[in-house]
Ligand binder design. Structure first.
Ligand SMILES: Nc1nc(=O)c2c([nH]1)NC[C@@H]1CN(c3ccc(C(=O)N[C@@H](CCC(=O)O)C(=O)O)cc3)C=[N+]21
Length: 283
């Protein structure tokens, strides 16, 4: 029997509707409108589209859109000054520095300057440490979106074999901790893993987040498993994930498509994090 497809667009819309209602209640109660500062450096067309989508989603949720666009050749000290200004601005609940940034800028240094309670990407070392220790804080949007998709489909995580393919700071590493907190048995695979397919085939929950088109074939999937595809790869065949969709569909129990799976959840969770950040700033 073919897998049930997870409709990321529909679930993201439900999350966005809930955030909009929560923002309205928060604003009515406190008089504060949450605001998201998106910082875009340069004119990469893909980044411009992503940022435009995030800004539109903010406005639809009642979040103030506080965008800044800097030229591609901006000096690092100037970006630092913008981040310091945004850190100090009480109108700004959340700050997102769109990645990647041009080569003259140090992305790790810059994201590390964002005030942890405004770090809606969950990328600062403080946010990463809070996540690892299970302390309150802002969690990266894409891994949170993965957990939300699994929860909405009642996929049991406690005691489940979860395999994460990929170990990026933005997705793989934070996801390990979110799954551990839910008492899954977590295995992490990467480019040096021996017999990747055999390890993946143990998974009740398999998450692919490496950026290699169609890496995960049917031989890497246990029958009935929940398979979450975080990959977004632009190829000659169009936009494809890290999972060989047509093949895995025949084996998996649940499967996310690309597009229309995890991607829309990233934006929905960004809105949720912006409201959470506004709450953190009120102490
Ligand atoms: N500071 C920072 N934070 C990020 O979270 C961040 C970033 N930089 N840089 C780029 C990546 C990428 N990313 C996506 C967001 C939404 C979709 C998304 O909505 N995708 C749709 C459409 C895909 C399309 O057509 O391009 C889908 O999968 O259905 C995809 C990718 C956030 N990123």
């Amino acid at each position: 029997m073919a897998a049930t497809l997870i409709d990321g667009r529909a679930i993201a819309q439900q999350v966005r509707d809930q955030v909009a209602a929560d923002v309205a209640a928060f604003t009515a109660e406190t008089g504060v409108t949450p605001g998201l500062a998106t910082l875009l450096v340069g004119d990469d067309p893909a980044s411009a589209v992503y940022v435009a989508n995030k800004r539109r989603a903010c406005v639809a949720a009642g979040i103030a859109d506080l965008h800044r666009h800097l030229p591609a050749d901006v000096a690092q000290e100037q970006v630092v000054a913008h981040l310091q200004e945004l850190n100090a601005d009480p109108q700004v609940s959340g700050i997102l520095l769109q990645l990647p940034v041009p080569a003259q800028l140090d992305a790790t240094l810059l994201t590390g300057l964002i005030a942890p309670d405004k770090d809606v990407d969950g990328l600062t070392p403080i946010s990463a440490g809070r996540l690892m220790q299970g302390a309150p804080g802002l969690r990266p949007c894409t891994p949170s979106g993965v957990i939300e998709l699994l929860d909405r489909h009642d996929v049991p995580l406690e005691g489940a074999e979860a395999v994460v393919v990929g170990r990026s700071d933005l997705v793989g590493k934070p996801l390990i901790h979110l799954l551990l907190q839910r008492n899954a048995t977590v295995t992490v695979c990467h480019s040096r893993t021996r017999d990747l397919a055999a390890v993946c085939a143990r998974a009740d929950v398999l998450v692919a987040a490496v950026g290699v088109p169609k890496l995960i074939g049917a031989d890497a999937v246990k029958p009935g498993a929940a398979v979450i595809d975080v990959g977004i790869n632009r190829t000659d065949d169009g936009l494809v994930g890290d999972v060989d969709f047509d093949a895995v569909r025949e084996v998996a129990g649940l499967l996310t498509p690309v597009p229309g799976g995890v991607g829309p959840m990233t934006i929905a969770l960004l809105l949720s994090n912006t409201l959470a950040a506004a709450r953190l700033q009120r102490g």
